[in-house]
Design a protein around this ligand. Structure first.
Ligand SMILES: C[S@@+](CC[C@H](N)C(=O)[O-])C[C@H]1O[C@@H](n2cnc3c(N)ncnc32)[C@H](O)[C@@H]1O
Length: 131
């Protein structure tokens, strides 16, 4: 119901949505005035060519992710305020290998992709509030 929720929390799923502006708008719609948001998600910067079309990396929460700036802009565009990134962890190649190995054809392929993506993929915690 619109305007009925004190908090919206979410962990590592909005990256999978093909329509993120709609997700952000729905968050704003259900929050009561003064209601708060805590969302953790994967964010990416400058993904190499081809990664967006990699189904395994989509399933690993990487290929469908947007940038931190796009995330902040999306929450603000939905009418939310006090939008903040309070924590951020940028993954190195070994961490990405663990994340991206599921569904990839070979360990070599996974390792090479992890090297290409190192420093471009982070986990970020966003806070916001409905005015
Ligand atoms: C699509 S996410 C959904 C997570 C689910 N919403 C939850 O809170 O458990 C599923 C996979 O992402 C990974 N995952 C869960 N939380 C994560 C996080 N905060 N950062 C990175 N990966 C995460 C886990 O391996 C999990 O199998």
């Amino acid at each position: 119901m619109a305007g009925s929720v004190d908090w919206v929390i979410s962990n590592c799923v909005i990256n999978l949505s093909p329509d993120k502006p709609r997700v952000f708008a729905e968050i704003a719609r259900v929050l009561r005035p003064g209601g708060r948001v805590r969302v953790l998600d994967i964010v990416v910067e400058d993904l190499p060519d081809g990664v967006r079309r990699n189904a395994a990396l989509f399933g690993s929460c990487i290929a469908g992710a947007i940038s931190e700036a796009q995330y902040v802009a999306g929450l603000k565009a939905a009418g939310l305020v006090d939008v903040q990134v309070r924590e951020r962890l940028t993954y190195d190649a070994s961490q990405l290998r663990a994340m991206a190995s599921c569904g990839l054809a070979t360990n070599e392929e996974s390792a090479a992709l992890a090297e290409r993506l190192a420093g471009k993929v982070s986990s970020a915690v966003f806070f916001a509030r409905r005015p």
